[in-house]
Design a protein around this ligand. Structure first.
Ligand code: URP
Ligand code: ZN
Ligand code: ZN
Ligand code: ZN
Length: 478
């Protein structure tokens, strides 16, 4: 087995930082040592196969993006990143594990939806990957299949209070699924928006000729995110099923989560970089020479970007500090403008929902360290350690410690990253939702289970390096 020594760096964990060398033995972390340590009298640097000099850099556990949608069929098309292109882009950005969503549709067997997702991913991924299960049709068959997911290494499933006619589950269906979750230990993930009300509001806007992407954000009112979040919390309370609310964007939804947590509930929330940086006015309301007011389609996602005049972004950063929100994922769901987003020209309801960020999450969140929004340790916690604990991978993933998988990023705080097409853009999209963003830091080296896959901007891994991660039950519950 090849051995590697990372020397001279500052090892950062969720709880602290220290100068340390890290010894890798094959795919595993063998030791975290005082700088310059010898082992039984041997100079380690002289005895290992490879030495990586991390002097002046941070050595962190590889990023875990627990919310991606590679190849998701949605809105009459499919997300433009395959498992191959999307996981490679993730690696470039310092993410060494994704958890994607296998899809079961109404009328389909959960087992078949899952098997199909394995077919899509197997042999194609650059980094390790796990699955959550989308239950797009809650019925007797899918309910009966849920407990069996645990043996498959899938300990969480997602339901939708939005998207009537697509993935939508009504309250009675959610209740039944949560009862199964409470019995089995499965973690319920919820898309919390009141879909039926949003659909009426959207129809009324279209009838008034308000068809541009901006009105996607108007229709998906924060009140309907707050309301659905509250409803999910009460169903969680009633059934005893732990609840994880995905892609939280409204400050009022955060307040609901904080309230439930203060009541001692096992209720958690994730947000995404777009809700920390982007807004209804500046992005959904954008116009360009090329696209006119359809420019905003680049940022059509659900939940939507919120108004910059209502304090959501400020409140979200604060919630990251106070642990009212526990982690940051991307909800990576890329669509090109050409031939995909343009399906909704003239009717925002037909714009495929989603933006692509899997490549930039570690950098975008590091910029929050630079600007003083979060600490260095919190950066690691939000992007790696908590995702590992939340979704039953901790010990192997999310930590630099002996016995853990050697998933490591060397991050250079003196480096710089310019985000944009033609600069650092490897996702399979014809635009970047993050065009022009500048980061005061740089992903230098990415190690996935002991193998260097990114070396100062060059991808040197191989398709199929990534393996399926069988996850255990959540390690985050109170
Ligand atoms: O806009 C989004 N979020 N697209 C992906 C599907 C979902 O709801 O997560
Ligand atoms: Zn969703
Ligand atoms: Zn999603
Ligand atoms: Zn560099």
């Amino acid at each position: 087995m090849a051995t590697t020594l990372l020397t001279g760096g500052t090892v950062v964990s969720a709880t602290g930082r220290s100068a340390a060398d890290v010894l890798l033995d094959g795919e595993t972390i063998a030791a975290v040592l005082a700088p310059g340590s010898t082992l039984l009298g041997h100079d380690l640097a002289a005895s290992v196969d490879t030495v990586i000099d991390a002097t002046g850099k941070y050595v962190i556990p590889g990023g875990i993006d627990a919310h991606t949608h590679m190849q998701l069929p949605f809105g009459g098309t499919s997300a433009s990143d395959t498992f191959e292109t999307g996981t490679r882009a993730a690696a470039w950005g310092g993410t060494t594990t994704i958890v994607d969503f296998a899809v079961q549709r109404a009328g389909e067997r959960v087992q078949d939806g899952l098997a199909h997702w394995h077919e899509l991913a197997a042999g194609n991924c650059a980094i390790d990957y796990g699955f959550h299960q989308i239950v797009g049709g809650v019925d007797a068959g899918s309910l009966a299949a849920l407990p069996g997911l645990i043996d498959e290494g899938i300990s969480s499933f997602k339901m939708f209070m939005a998207y009537p006619g697509v993935f939508y589950a009504d309250d009675a269906q959610i209740l039944r699924a949560m009862q199964v979750a409470a019995d089995t230990g499965l973690l319920t993930m919820m898309h919390a928006e009141n879909g039926p009300v949003i659909d009426v509001l959207a129809e009324q806007l279209i009838e008034k000729g308000k068809t541009s992407p901006y009105f996607h954000g108007v229709a998906r009112a924060w009140q309907m995110e707050e309301e659905a979040t509250h409803r999910a919390i009460m169903l969680s309370h009633l059934t005893g099923a732990p609840l994880y609310v995905v892609h939280v964007s409204a400050k009022q939804a955060v307040e609901q989560l904080a309230w439930a947590r203060d009541n001692g509930q096992n209720v958690f929330g994730e947000t995404c970089p777009q809700y920390l940086y982007l807004s209804l006015e500046d992005q959904l309301g954008a116009s360009s020479e090329e696209w006119g007011d359809f420019e905003g389609a680049k940022w059509v996602c659900s939940t939507p970007l919120r108004s910059k005049h209502e304090g959501h972004q400020h409140h979200m950063w604060q919630a990251l500090r106070t642990n009212d929100i526990q982690m940051v994922s991307t909800d990576h769901c890329p669509f090109c403008m050409k031939d995909q987003k343009t399906l909704g020209q003239g009717d925002f309801r037909a714009i495929p929902n989603g933006i692509g960020s899997v490549e930039h999450r570690m950098d975008l969140m590091y910029q929050g360290v630079v600007t003083g929004q979060i600490t260095l340790e919190r950066w690691v916690e939000l992007t790696s350690t908590t995702p590992a604990r939340m979704f039953g991978m901790y010990g192997k993933k999310g930590v630099i410690a002996p016995g853990a998988d050697a998933d490591i990023v060397v991050y250079d705080p003196a480096g710089h990253t310019s985000i944009g097409v033609g600069k650092t853009h490897h996702m399979n999209m014809d635009h970047s939702a993050w065009e022009g963003y500048e980061i005061d830091g740089h992903v230098d080296t990415v190690i996935s289970r002991g193998k260097v896959v990114v070396d100062d901007g060059s991808y040197i891994g191989t398709k199929g390096d990534g393996r399926f991660v069988k996850r255990g039950l959540s390690q985050y519950l109170i």
